[in-house]
Design a protein around this ligand. Structure first.
Ligand SMILES: [Zn+2]
Length: 86
């Protein structure tokens, strides 16, 4: 198992959700994530586009309008996205 943020293998199983999905914790970048977690109903391409627009300096509000995605969803994506490009 590799960290889905930094790619480190310094990862531990942290616990389990009620749904049975495992939660992992990366000791290197100190992030948690859930196995096979889906961010939302939006495909990765939409998510990546939204995140990259924000990174390019657009405001979340602009991106929200442009891609018709709720602002709260974009905030979640941005928060969960790692700094490294993958
Ligand atoms: Zn990591």
């Amino acid at each position: 198992m590799k960290c889905r943020c930094c790619g480190s293998t310094n990862v531990i199983k942290y616990g389990k959700l009620k749904s049975g999905k495992r939660v992992y914790y990366c000791k290197d970048c100190h992030r948690y994530w859930v196995e096979n977690a889906t961010f939302s109903k939006y495909p990765d391409s939409v998510r990546n586009r939204a995140v990259s627009l924000v990174k390019q300096g657009k405001s979340v509000r602009e991106v929200s309008k442009e891609l018709l995605i709720p602002k709260s969803t974009i905030y979640k994506w941005v928060a969960k996205t790692c700094d490294e490009e993958r």
